[in-house]
Design a protein around this ligand. Structure first.
Ligand code: SAH
Length: 384
């Protein structure tokens, strides 16, 4: 067994084929070694350099000195087969991320039937501070590397002994605030030499970081885009999503029109229904007006209770009435009565509990939000 270095090494799962080829070339190795290595990584899913039998011992040793194959450890799983399963992983720096496996969803994001969907995290914590969301409760810690994003899929596939069909960037974090790592991960996840998930089976979800939506519109892979709208007027949206002050609806919709003009894929609007906050039918009419010209589909999600937050979901009658307004206006609208409501499946809840239990973060009191160590250096993305 080749000894591992105690310091955190870069993950080999973070490299595209081009990047790995460049590294190997600089070591005097032929280009085809990159293909050989990535076959071990993604076809055979080896977790040890020693298993790479067609490489010399010296090259295996050198790889092990510079790179790691697994940078996070499986910590726990909540849920069971046939239900939503929530995996918690411990990162090399002791922080946690969660990844949620959702079985057999009838066509929420992908094609005719989404057999197995994985909801991945893109950051530890989140700086966007949406008032209803557990992920941002303890502030932002750091971006996940491309390797840590790719590894979530590789590890869950090994643990679940199954292949993922669809991927949604709807776990912890704001993927469009970690643009480079997220798009590099998407490249690796999509590549035939990599994980091999079709780009149309990947959905990037954003709270509305308009400039990076424009950037993603030019990204060559045909990924899908979901917008966490949650309010159909600035007045309502601003109350629950501070990002709306930086990128108000007119700016967000300028970016979405650009996306729509460049892309064939339909847009999805996520809309959490929160009682007394954004669930009145006037919002539903406005939402329909926004959705129609962009041919956007609306996913209505009754609010998932977060411990410590005081929001609740509207009655089923109100949920149905809200959906009916959209349907009557000719907008495709699904009402997702949340799977995983019982296992703290709203993003960020599980890691919040784990990190609080371990004393990494203080217990979060919603009225008085805390910042965690090191966060002082991070400029809020929302300050102008
Ligand atoms: N930052 C990105 C992706 C992470 S959030 C974004 O905002 O889209 C993924 C989805 O979960 C978002 O639509 C978010 O609004 C939703 N969400 C967060 N907290 C929730 C809760 N308590 N109940 C239901 N959905 C929630």
């Amino acid at each position: 067994m080749i000894e591992k270095s105690p310091i955190a090494l870069e993950s080999l799962l973070a490299l595209t084929q081009e990047q790995l080829t460049d590294v190997l070339k600089s070591w005097g190795e032929p280009a085809f070694r990159a293909k050989q290595i990535q076959e071990w990584l993604y076809k055979h899913r080896v977790t040890d350099f020693d298993a790479m039998k067609n490489l010399s011992v010296a090259l295996r040793q050198k790889l092990a000195e510079h790179y790691t194959l697994r940078s996070m450890t499986y910590s726990s799983v909540t849920g069971s087969k046939d239900t939503t399963r929530k995996y918690l992983f411990k990162l090399h720096d002791g922080r946690y991320v969660e990844t949620v496996l959702i079985p057999a969803n009838p066509s929420l994001y992908g094609g005719a039937s989404d057999r197995l969907t994985l909801c991945v995290s893109s950051q530890v914590g989140c700086a966007y501070d949406c008032k209803f969301c557990a992920s941002g409760l303890a502030g932002f810690t750091r971006n996940l590397s491309a390797g840590e994003i790719v590894e979530q899929i590789v590890q869950v596939e090994a643990l679940a002994k199954d292949r993922i069909d669809n991927l949604v960037f709807m776990g912890m974090g704001e993927p469009m605030a970690n643009y480079t790592n997220v798009t590099t991960a998407i490249e690796i996840l999509n590549a035939p030499w990599g994980v091999g998930i079709g780009a149309r089976h990947m959905t990037v979800s954003t709270s509305g970081v308009a400039p990076n939506i424009r950037k993603l519109a030019d990204f060559p892979l045909q990924v899908r885009l979901a917008i966490s709208l949650h309010g159909a007027s600035d007045e309502v949206r601003e109350k629950i999503m501070p990002v709306n002050r930086k990128y108000p609806l007119h700016e967000l919709f300028d970016a979405l029109r650009e996306w729509h003009s460049k892309r064939k894929q339909h847009l999805t609007f996520e809309y959490i229904l929160i009682e007394g906050v954004n669930d009145d039918l006037e919002q539903a009419h406005l939402l329909a007006k926004h959705a129609k010209p962009l041919h956007a589909k609306v996913n209505l999600i009754p609010y998932n209770t977060v411990e410590g937050l005081h929001w609740t979901r509207p009655s089923e009658k109100q949920q149905d009435a809200f959906q009916a307004v959209l349907l009557n206006a000719g907008v495709t609208a699904t009402l997702r009565r949340e799977k995983g409501h019982d296992i703290a499946a709203a993003c960020g809840q599980l890691r919040l509990k784990q990190e609080t239990d371990e004393g990494i973060i203080d217990s979060v009191i919603p009225a008085k939000r805390i910042t965690i160590g090191g966060a002082d250096n991070i400029q809020s993305p929302l300050s102008a």
